[in-house]
Design a protein. Structure first.
Length: 258
């Protein structure tokens, strides 16, 4: 059972997670916070569920998470200073928050995979998904959803990147309250840094992205491109160098090592 008191003791933020909603079951934590006319409006609200029935990743691909064992939650950003920023860099800030928390608490060596995954020992420990609603061209609400594998040990099905969890890596149960607080504490600091110096977020993210410099393939639907993962640009887009040394900017796609 998740202990709110324990989590709250460890939470050291001004606004992220100060409004905390705990639920046993929800369709998708992102969808709940984005639902039109819902009652959640406070910037930094965290919506947490023990069982996500329709958890999803990019392109609506499913996110599977066993009940009561992991961390599935979304953060609402409703303040306009966070809405006008670059969503890829926000994604990077989210990945870095998880990476820093895992490094601080369990001394993991974390790798980040473009654009939105957190890996430990080459396996996926966390997925992140940013979604927003807009009124015309103006973004009204933005949510950043996290699925972190904490104490789950069995993963059924087939995965493009094999899953792992904190428990599988340290061979003992991990305290979810402590990890969640640590992620949120880090995320708030990174959000501030994202506004004051986005280049720091970019630099820190790049440092943990071991694929930079590697030969990769990148697929988007039917189309597959090959080249070297040259770098990410100032907006977080992937720069792919082809065999003729031409650089192409990639906005979206699934990256694999070749
Ligand atoms: P991929 O991880 O396949 O490169 P992606 O980065 O787009 O894709 P997301 O959109 O973040 O991934 O998440 C959806 C994908 O994550 C699913 O297609 C599935 O392969 C994988 N997945 C689902 N549940 C888990 C889990 N608990 N742990 C690790 N991976 C999972």
């Amino acid at each position: 059972m998740f202990s709110f008191e324990n989590f709250d003791l460890k939470l050291d933020t001004d606004f992220i997670g100060r409004n905390f909603i705990y639920t046993e079951e929800a369709d998708s934590t992102n969808s709940v916070l984005l639902e039109k006319g819902n009652k959640y409006t406070i910037n930094g609200t965290v919506f947490f569920t023990e069982k996500q029935l329709k958890g999803k990743g990019r392109k609506n691909r499913p996110w599977y998470s066993a009940k009561d064992l992991n961390l599935t939650f979304s953060i609402l950003l409703a303040h306009k200073k966070y809405l006008s920023g670059n969503p890829v860099l926000l994604n990077f800030a989210g990945s870095l928050a998880v990476a820093n928390a895992l490094e601080n608490l369990y001394q993991f060596r974390v790798e980040l995979k473009w654009p939105n995954d957190v890996l430990v020992n080459g396996k996926k420990i966390c997925g992140i998904l940013i979604e927003s609603t807009s009124e015309g061209s103006k973004i009204e609400r933005l949510v950043i959803g996290f699925g972190i594998n904490v104490n789950q040990t069995m993963f059924q099905g087939s995965y493009a990147v094999p899953p792992t969890s904190v428990r599988l890596e340290i061979n003992e149960n991990a305290e979810r309250e402590r990890l969640l607080a640590e992620v949120l504490n880090n995320f708030e600091l990174l959000l501030i840094s994202l506004i004051e110096s986005p280049e720091t977020i970019l630099k820190d993210w790049k440092q943990k992205c071991s694929m930079i410099g590697d030969k990769i393939s990148i697929s988007e639907g039917e189309e597959v491109k090959y080249g070297i993962f040259e770098d990410v640009d100032e907006n977080g887009f992937l720069l792919l160098k082809d065999q003729n040394n031409r650089i192409e900017k990639i906005h979206y796609g699934d990256v694999s090592l070749r």
